[in-house]
Design a protein around this ligand. Structure first.
Ligand SMILES: [Zn+2]
Length: 314
């Protein structure tokens, strides 16, 4: 069975997502390559004292960020053909990103990058997502096709459902997320975190440097609520009170605890919840930025370091 040494070069939270895939807990996992992801890792790597030798993760992130800033994709008219042609071109550029090569090189099974298009009122935004699969991998072209079709048909819901199945989320939670009516009062992100929201010491997150607080200080009694186990994946929004998600989470918790120190597994669940909590706030505030590492406390920053370094700290 896969062990932590199979993924120990990956950033901590990505490594744990990937390890739960390798150990059969989920179909797939993914991470978005955003400016926050690249810039944030550099910040965390450079903040560690004493400095760590990491086959120059900082340089890989810096160079990838520089290349990303230079990528500009123009599409004249939004047709399936144009979008497909742009996807192929864009994917070739993304495959050359040092960060993408790094992730591919350090994951033992199927790993690939694809462009990701999101249609918003007035524009089509683009980004990049790296996927990790084990024995049930789709080919990259089908992922791109599903995305392109959802954009041209203006049916984001169909791509959300498809992505949910790629990530091995419970069917009921996919329905909850993709089928939700989006308004400031009903967005699924806020509903998902609501049962655990009161456990967050928001005053501490707002005040001073977030790095000065540990998870224990910003999240009170997280595991006292069984629903905490539903946060078994990065970027997952379980349906509130969902028993299937909770059970799946307990299985993944146990699988990961068979390969990693338990305090680290606990922090991974708190990290996932923290991310969803911050994203729910960002959605409510209409912000486009993803949360910077450390916004939810010290361990939120530490889990951006390569897993083998994280392991030395635990
Ligand atoms: Zn569910």
């Amino acid at each position: 069975m896969a062990s932590h040494s199979d993924v120990h070069a990956l950033p901590g939270f990505v490594a744990m997502d990937a390890l739960s895939v390798l150990r059969g807990g989920r179909r797939g996992a993914s991470v978005q390559i955003t400016d926050g992801y690249l810039a944030g890792q550099r910040t965390v790597l450079e903040a560690v004292d004493p400095p760590i030798s990491t086959d120059d993760r900082s340089a890989i992130c810096r160079e990838s960020r520089r290349i990303c800033e230079d990528i500009h994709i123009d599409i004249d008219t939004l047709t399936e053909g144009n979008l497909r042609e742009a996807s192929v071109r864009f994917r070739r550029l993304l495959q050359r990103l040092p960060e993408v090569s790094y992730l591919e090189r350090h994951y033992p099974e199927t790993c690939f990058v694809v462009p990701e298009w999101v249609r918003t009122p007035g524009e089509v935004r683009y980004g990049a997502r790296v996927y990790f699969f084990a024995d049930d991998a789709p080919d990259p072209e089908s992922v791109m096709d599903e995305n392109i079709r959802a954009v041209t048909d203006e049916s984001p819901e169909s791509f959300e459902r498809y992505q949910g199945s790629l990530h091995g989320y419970p069917e009921c939670c996919i329905d909850f997320y993709a089928g939700a009516t989006r308004s400031p009062e009903t967005d699924p992100e806020s509903q998902s975190i609501a049962p655990l929201e009161e456990r967050v010491r928001d005053d501490r997150l707002e005040r001073g440097s977030p790095l000065s607080w540990s998870f224990d200080e910003v999240l009170r009694g997280f595991f006292d609520d069984p629903q905490s186990y539903a946060f078994f994946a990065h970027e997952f929004y379980p349906e509130p009170g969902c028993e299937t998600a909770r059970r799946r989470g307990v299985e993944i918790y146990e699988t990961l605890a068979g390969a990693l120190p338990e305090p680290l597994v606990r922090d991974y669940f708190r990290f996932n919840f923290g991310w969803s909590y911050l994203m729910a706030k960002a959605v409510r505030d209409g912000a486009d930025e993803t949360p910077e590492p450390g916004r939810f406390g010290r361990e939120h920053a530490l889990l951006y370091l390569p897993l083998r370094i994280v392991l030395e700290l635990y």
